[in-house]
Design a protein. Structure first.
Length: 155
């Protein structure tokens, strides 16, 4: 039974679906958006009713050309409203790709991205905002949570 009061005024919170991908050297894949300062993890918002791991995989492919299966979450990061809506960001484990993995970034006018590249971990504070670098540092701590859909592991 549905209670109409539950959906009368749903909360407004964006679900960010990000992916941490490393190469065999341990460098972290970052994208360079033209709409904000610093580099960020690839990813973006989930669409309504889109499973978060599929949203993350969709954004990763659209932004870098990589197709990866995402089954574990490395970090959950809540960001209160500022100039954007409040956000709950899930950082998915993209694992490690070969050092010569080919990245395909769409043209800037379509993607809003200036490029993508692997960055050594010790350089993250130099190329990311403090909050973005802190998120990646926490995600690199090698803790994982399984992705569940209705209580079952997502495939």
């Amino acid at each position: 039974m549905r209670d109409p009061r539950l959906l009368a005024k749903p909360p407004v919170c964006r679900l960010g679906c990000l992916v941490l991908v490393r190469n065999r050297r341990g460098d972290v894949l970052l994208v360079d958006p033209d709409y904000m300062d610093g580099l960020i993890l690839p990813g973006g918002a989930a669409r309504p009713n889109e499973p978060p791991h599929l949203a993350a995989a969709r954004h990763l492919h659209a932004e870098t050309g990589l197709t990866l299966r995402l089954t574990d979450v490395l970090a959950v990061d809540f960001t209160p409203a500022d100039r954007y809506l409040e956000r709950l960001n899930l950082v998915f484990d993209g694992g490690a790709v070969r050092d010569d993995a080919r990245l395909t970034v769409p043209p800037q006018h379509r993607s809003g991205l200036l490029g993508a590249r692997f960055v050594p971990v010790h350089q993250l504070p130099d190329v990311m905002t403090p909050s973005q670098a802190a998120r990646v540092t926490e995600a690199l701590a090698n803790r994982t949570l399984p992705v569940l859909l209705h209580g079952q592991r997502a495939t």
